[in-house]
Design a protein around this ligand. Structure first.
Ligand code: SME
Length: 149
């Protein structure tokens, strides 16, 4: 079992409520990408009341918009629940942005007022990368972000 305690604690250094939210999202995506091994894409899709559009990220250029209910991102955003995909080829509606991606986690970001803000999307080039410990750690980082939105 991995211990992600310091990973979550140190994320606070990249979340400053006095900064523009884009600045925080940019640094948090870089922080996750730097700290967690075996990732090939970390970033945000943000909700504009119609669809999800590409926000700050690390990795290869990606699809610029995703309809609600489509792909892993649009499904997590619609259901408002975290989706872990151990093998992207087994997820029927998976949208391929980087053919290297083999597993993925998408965590919805919901404000304290209950509004959908967007999703955190993390991809890995290996199967089954996102065990429960890593899922919980990433969800904790999303909760820290929600605190300052
Ligand atoms: N795989 C995602 C699309 C975004 S990329 O992975 C960066 C999906 O199915 O929604």
């Amino acid at each position: 079992m991995e211990n992600y305690k310091s990973f979550v604690e140190n994320a606070k250094y990249y979340l400053d409520k006095d900064l523009h939210f884009i600045t925080n999202l940019a640094n948090i995506s870089a922080y996750i990408y730097q700290e967690i091994e075996q990732l090939n894409w970390v970033g945000f899709y943000l909700y504009d009341s119609l669809e999800l559009y590409l926000g700050p990220f690390q990795g290869k250029p990606a699809c610029t918009s995703i309809a609600m209910g489509r792909g892993v991102c649009g499904t997590a955003a619609t259901k408002l629940e975290t989706i872990v995909v151990d093998d992207v080829h087994a997820f029927k509606d998976h949208i391929t942005c980087d053919s290297e991606s083999k597993s993925e986690i998408v965590i919805p970001i919901v404000t304290r007022f209950g509004n959908l803000f967007g999703v955190l999307d993390v991809d890995s080039p290996i199967l089954n990368r996102f065990d429960n410990d890593l899922k919980v750690a990433l969800e904790e980082i999303v909760n820290l972000m929600v605190d300052i939105l």
